[in-house]
Ligand binder design. Structure first.
Ligand code: UD1
Length: 392
């Protein structure tokens, strides 16, 4: 009997993670992946573009959850996913990452008694003010199979009392996506479109954490640091829709018209619409430094060998610091300027990638899923046998 796996994704980083999983699952006829898009991200730039870039098939279901408060978004996933799971009757629900859709889907499945697999389990910032941290802790508590990207994840789960049998150290599917699409992003036209060909030095900035962009004073401090740094080299800033309204009110930011052929100025901060996956990786791959508050970008720069400065107090991905190019520098503007100038002068040495970040994480995950499916089938046969024995 084929194993039906409802795979749930809702926000931009989720789409990158499910792509290699879907590619791999489709190679095994005994697995039937059924894709549910929660609709948490609905803009073309945050959703459709990623589906195209990563060759993800259209979802079988779209819940159309959209924007809202954390409670509303999570509750809408619960409300809208439940009837689908009741109808489809999957053997497993697979969730990825740490967004509201992840928790909503895991909770819906667990309440219906459907086993849950969590890809990217165990990461902890130990900062409960981050919405993602709440989502991580709760999703892991509900999961039956926990796939971790780094040793810290395994240790965190064991400390939280999760049985070692449920934990599988498989590596990082984000890196699978990055490596598998190498040929495509290496030939991206973003450099010519932005006038960044040749040895043109530039830096990349991304910001979207509520703690950085929702508080006007923190955002003002960050932008002040950026203006100082932009005297040294130009910054390219693909802007998340969450941040755009605040930025439109700022002076000293340059907004080139999309695809107008307009070149970026040689200094200053240029704001762009959100980039597709391939353009974003391409842009980062040749940057002198990337400043970010994103989780995934800390991982991608580690493999690209590009210096990354994380504008947060903590990271839930410590392996990007111990094995990668990442440094966590907080949000103090003076420190940001000092650390960025230092990094430009003294780029970090690159070392061997973190264990299992080798482009084969999805393969390992699918192997575990196949074994799990076989064990479900065995226990079903045993139960049927026992029932038959009792009724005889
Ligand atoms: C979400 C995740 C975050 C992840 C990020 C990646 C949670 C709690 N947060 O944050 O972990 O790193 O996605 O981008 O799940 N908006 C649009 N168009 C869209 C989606 C959002 O305009 O397609 C705007 C809306 O104004 C919305 C705001 O962005 O209210 C925030 O979106 P939301 O999905 O709530 O959180 P993100 O900040 O994107």
């Amino acid at each position: 009997m084929p194993m039906k796996i409802v795979t749930v994704a809702g926000a931009r980083p989720n789409f990158v993670k499910i792509a290699p999983l879907l590619w791999e699952m489709r190679r095994h006829p005994s697995l039937v992946p059924i894709l549910v898009h929660t609709g948490q991200h609905y803009d073309g730039a945050l959703s459709d573009r990623l589906f195209t870039d990563l060759e993800i098939p259209p979802p079988e279901f779209n819940l159309g959850v959209g924007s809202g408060s954390h409670a509303t978004q999570t509750a809408e996933v619960l409300r809208r996913l439940e009837p689908i799971l009741e109808k489809v009757k999957p053997h497993l629900v697979l969730v990825v990452g740490d967004v509201n859709s992840t928790l909503g889907a895991a909770l819906t499945a667990a309440k219906l008694g459907v086993p849950v697999a969590h890809v990217e389990a165990g990461l902890r910032s130990f900062d409960r003010t981050m919405p993602e941290e709440i989502n991580r802790v709760l999703t892991d508590a509900l999961s039956d199979l926990l796939f971790v990207t780094e040793e810290s994840g395994r240790q965190n789960l064991l400390r939280e009392g999760i049985s070692h049998e449920k934990i599988h150290f498989v590596g990082n599917v984000m890196i699978d996506a990055l490596q598998a699409s190498g040929a495509s992003w290496e030939s991206s036209s973003i450099f010519t479109r932005l006038g960044l060909e040749g040895e043109h030095p530039y830096a990349v900035l991304t910001l979207h954490r509520p703690s950085n962009v929702d508080d006007p004073l923190t955002l003002k401090n960050l932008l002040e640091a950026l203006q100082v740094l932009a005297h040294h080299l130009p910054f390219v800033f693909p802007v998340h829709p969450r941040v755009k309204p605040q930025l439109l009110r700022q002076k000293n930011l340059f907004w080139p018209r999309p695809d107008s052929g307009e070149r970026l100025p040689s200094k200053g901060v240029s704001c762009l619409d959100p980039l597709g996956y391939l353009d974003c990786i391409a842009l980062m791959s040749r940057a002198r430094v990337v400043l970010t508050d994103s989780g995934g970008i800390q991982e991608e720069t580690t493999i690209l060998g590009v210096p990354c400065l994380t504008l947060r107090e903590k990271t839930e991905r410590p392996v990007t610091v111990t094995h990668g190019t990442n440094r966590v520098i907080g949000t103090d503007p003076e420190r940001i300027v000092k650390e960025t100038l230092f990094t430009l002068e003294h780029p970090p040495h690159t070392s061997a990638p973190p264990p299992f970040w080798d482009g084969r994480a999805a393969e390992r995950i699918v192997r575990v899923l196949l074994e799990y499916g076989a064990s479900l089938q065995d226990s079903l046969i045993r139960q049927c046998g026992e029932k038959a024995g009792v009724s005889r």
